[in-house]
Design a protein around this ligand. Structure first.
Ligand code: PMP
Length: 433
């Protein structure tokens, strides 16, 4: 039964007038799932959203990643409220920045020194500038379909948002910039070897999402990350990990600490802000010392390291450091992903499910997905239909076939059961039509 969303529709009309496209980030629009008004949410608590029409949804969007504890977690809310009472922004250093940077370094030791920024975009953009400053080289190598924020250099063959909208490259990026970016398929060592043989001495850095979270969930093939490190270092370049999605998602640290492969520089964001705006980058001290005021590479920020983001981030990591947290996310992820797989088999609906801990992707395709081309092959129409049916069952998924489902600590066993029942209904409808 279709849920009533009249108020969302009214608000969408109002939004279209004053906010470009009616949304403040294109990935929030429903363009990739048939268009129309996106759902306007009014309130969120734990694993649930309530929209402007009073409908409740179980949330698997997790705000595109940051909300791993669930919405309005008491520890985070209390930290924000208490900190706000003492002033939200000073433009001076504060003790909280040291505390938080130490927490990050303890969890991700390759970040010997850290600088806080305000978004994942800024974090990645700055690691690239830093790699260029350090190596004196210009070119960047990245993997097709991987999204690294919206700065010029990385909006070439970038994943979920742009590919969903069918804009492979953004307008407004000079050819002179795009030509400094080499793009090869993820998990493809032959392509990496070829690119390094050709441009190795000009490449400042290889930018890697060490486990891809931007065309679903795609883990690296065994040995892939090790070879990237070995070959790129042989060629005199740096390895940058974009752990904006992955850090603190699967265990208390990054993919680098989970697999034991260290990059030279790391970009962080999302979860580390506890739901407030944040980004951070870090790496080996000798590289980080190129950053102003120590060195010649300039980067700054009025809001960087602001007390609210620091307080929310510290509170979030404190909860994540408790025993059993990641086991619980993994257990729920397994139950839900396996359950969906089983239902799909029962109904004869072709799906591939890639899962890591409490995050997984459901691709409507028969072929295993190990790179962007594989993810592109997943059936967009089937996803759009599934998305709409799930929405009407009160389950909120990201409105794109390229986005993952994210579980939070707030999801309950009952939520998983309810979700599986909704999937059952959705698949039944899909089978009928
Ligand atoms: N890198 C990755 C891997 C991301 O997933 C994202 C955001 N989806 C970014 C960078 C950009 O982060 P932000 O949206 O905070 O600028």
């Amino acid at each position: 039964m279709a849920l009533k969303r009249e108020r969302s529709e009214q608000l969408y009309k109002q939004a279209l007038d004053v906010i470009v496209g009616g949304v403040n980030s294109p990935s929030r629009s429903f363009r990739a799932v048939g268009g129309g008004a996106p759902v306007f949410m009014k309130r969120a608590k734990g694993a649930y959203f309530w929209d402007e029409d009073g409908n409740r949804y179980i949330d698997y969007l997790g705000a595109f990643g940051p909300i791993i504890l669930g919405h309005a977690h008491p520890a985070v809310t209390e930290a924000i409220v208490q900190t706000a009472a003492d002033g939200t922004l000073y433009g001076t250093p504060t003790e909280k920045e040291i505390r938080f940077a130490r927490m990050l370094r303890e969890a991700i030791p390759s970040c010997e020194q850290i600088r806080f920024v305000n978004s994942g975009t800024e974090a990645v953009m700055t690691t690239i500038r830093l790699a260029r400053a350090y190596t004196g080289r210009d070119k960047i190598l990245k993997f097709a379909g991987c999204y690294h924020g919206h700065s010029d250099l990385v909006l070439v063959a970038a994943g979920s948002g742009p590919s969903t909208l069918g804009i492979p490259d953004s307008a407004g990026i000079p050819q002179s910039i795009a030509q400094e970016v080499i793009t090869i398929p993820f998990n493809n060592l032959d392509a990496l070897r070829e690119a390094l043989d050709r441009w190795g001495d000009q490449i400042a850095a290889v930018l890697v999402e060490p486990l891809v979270g931007n065309f679903g969930i795609v883990p690296p093939q065994p040995g892939f990350l090790e070879k990237v490190n070995e070959w790129v270092h042989q060629a005199g370049g740096l390895v940058i990990y974009d752990e904006v999605i992955t850090a603190f998602r699967f265990h208390y640290g990054g993919i680098q600490t989970m697999y034991g492969v260290e990059p030279d520089l790391t970009a962080l964001g999302k979860i580390i802000g506890g739901g407030l705006p944040i980004g951070a980058y870090g790496g080996r001290r000798e590289i980080m010392e190129k950053v102003a005021p120590m060195g010649p590479m300039y980067q700054a920020g009025t809001m960087a390291g602001n007390p609210l983001s620091m307080a929310a981030g510290i509170a979030c990591l404190e909860v994540l450091s408790r025993p059993g947290v990641y086991e619980r996310l993994d257990e729920m992820g397994k139950r839900l992903a396996d359950g969906i797989g089983e239902l799909a088999r029962n109904y004869g609906i072709p799906v591939q499910i890639n899962r890591q801990g409490g995050a997984f992707a459901v691709y409507f395709t028969e072929e295993p997905v190990i790179d962007y081309e594989g993810a592109q092959r997943a059936d967009s129409e089937m996803f759009a239909r599934f998305f709409r049916l799930m929405l009407d069952e009160g389950i909120y998924l990201a409105p794109s076939k390229y986005e993952a489902w994210f579980l939070t600590l707030a999801h309950s066993d009952e939520d998983i059961s309810d979700t599986l029942q909704a999937v059952d209904h959705a698949f039944k409808q899909m089978k009928k039509s």
